[in-house]
Design a protein around this ligand. Structure first.
Ligand SMILES: [Zn+2]
Length: 799
């Protein structure tokens, strides 16, 4: 049993309500060094944070305006007429998250214009708040036709879909960030008025309800830290304790939170809840919460974590799947879930002081989180798949924009994850060039770190204490530098080639001990002491546990903290699904400063395989294969991509032989050319509901007549059609069609073929139709959609 008594009491001053009051507060035994004290000046994160500040924040603000987010508040404030609202009751949070991100960014670099526009937004938010503190534009606007999620009165649907408390949670986070950044209490006062309403409304003997989407717990913990007022902490704990056991697994309400030992349900809700539990555990000393989240953490890292750090495998319910259910092409791995995973692992570290949590945090940060935003800063992923057949592309906006505003607020806070402290222990968790000012129990110091991380593992640190004093530097030695990508056996390296990590102080190699993944350097430090560490960074081939069926006979490249992928633009014929690389292949790496804003690429000798007509013999060709960092994919248009590379030919997908269909020009009654490609890509789905395979669909159309058409490359004589329907019932909107019919082109006319067997309509297989041979230049497949559903097609072949 772990020792939880280490939850020490910390004494610190709380600045509250304009007066200084000394409060005795329990909190995390380890405290992060705030990002405002860490000035990152490297070539990796600093440019990304600059793009976030100069492109993403203004872009997302403009998009929020264009998509009705500001109008919602203006209408609730009666500053604008009409009752039209945007799509979702949680749209208010996009405004809050942009304010949070802008507040962080303004702390890094002053921006008076941005500050003025944030002030204006805050005054509109204040005007939209009702007298008693209630703030939720979707009810206050009082639309003639209210959104169906909000219920007929306040809090009625709070446990399911209203998101009233989710909105409140993001408001509190934004308010604390804005207050700390600017010293202004404008948004904080709005938040406190709202939180006081919650305190008056919810609790035992009052409204005994839990939030349908968690995050208010984290927000309340922050309000408690800022004000020192325990009622906010008590309410956060109430919202956790009142959860379960009679609700749904979808939002972690089917058990009491302390009885939960496995990750389940909607991954973002879960990640925020585990984070909130860690906060409340740290602030109250509650050990039952700790036992629960320790178990859940072990469950995630041993069977539910993508190599990219993404969580939430399945599209159904945006949720955790079964253990080892980690599909690649249909991976959900929502950007918000990656952010939640960073929050949670950061808290787990602050509780336990173990670097295994930072290993997960770093993996998520550099891979499955960073992939959520384009290098240009204005295109975004919601799910972050690990394989593609051209069907994925970043978007400029989503009607549900949670991931976009979330990445906006997260990026400026990255420097806050670099260091942490506990009395005279200084933890170095993430490595990036920076200059920082830090206060430990025994004195103050500045640190200057220089490194080319993540491309190179040489780290150089100048330690400058104000005066000589004893303290302990704890340098994290990443798991990847010790043959351990993460704790447990979900992922392992093929070659156990870890070399010793050499640490020098003032040029002299030292012997050091390690504790919980940290090299412990205890010393009477003086100005100018220089620590150098070399983390060997060979390219590793990562193998997944054999129980992950989607990764069998495949490996992934990883170098340092960066996970790699193969992408079309870097490889022959823009294809990657047909590539194999031998497990023993020698690889080399090169830094390409002009490519994808500067990336280290991996090259290896591999093979590509191709099918031929009229024989099962595969054609194999040697070719040079190039891999790029996963986070940088999909910046050059839609393409093929794969993280997991086959080392067995059986796991690869040979380039299909050309067919009449594959050489045809596709058109269809749905105007999405990316979907047209699905029809003749010769990619067979596992079954009709296989959403990981590319497909064409007509959703949300119902009960209409639609078509797809092949214009052949030349005249062909054909006598057979094979169609595989997409059907995502019972939850999705597509079913097999009511009927379909094949026509051929004769002159300018479409003539029905004379079928020699009846038309069959069945799911989970090819529906074959043979007909009297016709010589033609085009075939058309006409589909009658079901009366109350839509339909779709995975593949259509002709012979
Ligand atoms: Zn999201």
């Amino acid at each position: 049993m772990k020792n939880y008594t280490k939850l020490t009491l910390l004494l610190f001053t709380v600045v509250a309500c304009g007066s200084n009051l000394l409060a005795q507060q329990r909190d995390y035994p380890i405290q992060p060094i705030p990002f405002t004290s860490v000035h990152v000046n490297d070539n990796f994160w600093e440019p990304k944070m600059e793009v976030n500040a100069s492109v993403t924040i203004p872009y997302v603000l403009a998009q929020c305006r264009a998509h009705g987010r500001v109008d919602n508040f203006l209408r609730a404030a009666k500053l604008q007429s009409g009752d039209r609202l945007s799509d979702f009751p949680f749209d208010d949070t996009d405004i809050y998250k942009v304010i949070e991100g802008a507040s962080y960014a303004m702390q890094v670099k002053k921006n008076p214009a941005l500050e003025r526009s944030i002030d204006t937004l805050i005054s509109i938010i204040g005007a939209a708040q009702e007298k008693d503190g209630y703030l939720y534009t979707f009810r206050t606007v009082n639309a003639k036709k209210p959104h169906e999620w909000i219920g007929s009165k306040r809090w009625e649907n709070v446990e399911v879909l209203s998101h009233e408390l989710y909105d409140a949670g993001h408001l509190y986070e934004a308010a604390v960030a804005h207050y700390q950044a600017t010293g202004k209490r404008t948004l904080l006062n709005i938040a406190l008025k709202n939180a006081d309403l919650l305190v008056a409304t919810f609790g035992y003997g009052k409204e005994e309800k839990y939030p349908g989407h968690q995050i208010v717990e984290i927000g309340l913990a922050k309000l408690y830290r800022v004000t020192g007022d325990k009622k906010y902490l008590d309410l956060a704990k109430f919202f956790l304790d009142i959860r379960g056991p009679k609700g749904d697994a979808y939002n972690q309400a089917d058990k009491k939170v302390v009885d939960q030992h496995e990750a389940e349900g909607h991954a973002v809700r879960a990640g925020y809840m585990y984070t909130g539990m860690a906060d409340v555990a740290a602030l109250t000393g509650n050990e039952q919460y700790l036992h629960a989240i320790d178990d859940i953490w072990n469950d995630v890292v041993s069977s539910k974590l993508y190599i990219t750090g993404g969580i939430g495998a399945t599209n159904a319910g945006e949720a955790f799947g079964e253990p080892y259910q980690l599909p690649n092409m249909s991976a959900y791995a929502e950007t918000c879930a990656a952010i939640a995973n960073v929050y949670w692992n950061s808290r787990m570290f602050l509780l336990h002081g173990d670097s295994k949590y930072i290993d997960v945090l770093e993996r998520t940060l550099y891979n499955g989180l960073l992939s959520g935003v384009s290098l240009s800063g204005d295109r975004f992923f919601y799910p972050n798949p690990l394989a593609s057949m051209n069907q994925h592309q970043r978007s400029a906006w989503f009607s549900c924009a949670c991931c976009i505003s979330n990445i906006t607020r997260f990026l400026p806070s990255v420097p806050g994850y670099v260091y942490a402290k506990d009395k005279n222990n200084l933890y170095l968790n993430l490595y990036m060039s920076n200059a920082s000012n830090i206060t430990l129990a025994g004195g103050r110091l500045s640190l200057i770190e220089t490194t080319d991380y993540p491309w190179n593992g040489n780290i150089d640190i100048i330690v400058n204490p104000e005066r000589k004093f004893d303290f302990i530097l704890r340098l994290r030695i990443p798991g990847w530098a010790q043959n351990k990508p993460i704790t447990g056996n979900l992922y392992t390296f093929e070659d156990k080639q870890a070399q010793p990590v050499v640490i020098r102080i003032n040029g002299k190699a030292i012997k050091y001990t390690t504790e919980k993944g940290y090299a412990v350097l205890e010393r009477n430090w003086k100005k100018g002491d220089r620590v150098t560490m070399n983390l060997p960074m060979p390219t590793q081939k990562v193998m997944a546990n054999a129980q992950v069926k989607d990764d069998r006979n495949r490996f992934a490249f990883e170098r340092g903290p960066i996970v790699y992928c193969l992408e079309g633009p870097d490889n022959k014929d823009s294809l990657v699904q047909n590539i194999t690389i031998d497990k023993s292949a020698i690889v080399s790496t090169t830094f390409k400063p002009g490519m994808l804003k500067g990336v280290e690429v991996i090259t290896a000798q591999g093979k590509s395989t191709r099918r031929q007509l009229n024989t099962d013999v595969l054609l194999e060709t040697d070719q040079k294969v190039t891999a790029i960092p996963y986070y940088a994919w999909a910046n050059r248009g839609p393409s093929e991509m794969t993280v997991w590379i086959p080392y067995e030919a059986s796991a690869a997908r040979p380039q299909p032989a050309p067919t009449i269909a594959s050489t045809s020009k596709v058109t269809a009654s749905v105007k999405n050319m990316r979907m047209w490609k699905a029809l003749n890509d010769q990619y067979d789905p596992e079954d009709s509901k296989d959403a990981s395979a590319p497909y064409l669909h007509w959703w949300p159309k119902q009960n209409t007549t639609e078509f797809v058409q092949y214009d052949f490359d030349q005249e062909h004589t054909v006598s057979e059609s094979k169609v595989y329907w997409f059907d995502d019932g019972p939850w999705g909107g597509c079913r097999i069609p009511a009927s379909y019919k094949i026509y051929y082109k004769k002159g300018e006319e479409w003539i029905p073929v004379k079928n020699t067997i009846p038309y069959e309509i069945a799911k989970d297989k090819y529906n074959v139709l043979t007909f009297e041979p016709v010589t033609t230049t085009a075939l058309k497949l006409e589909v009658q959609l079901p009366a109350d559903n839509s339909a779709g097609i995975h593949e259509w072949a002709v012979k």
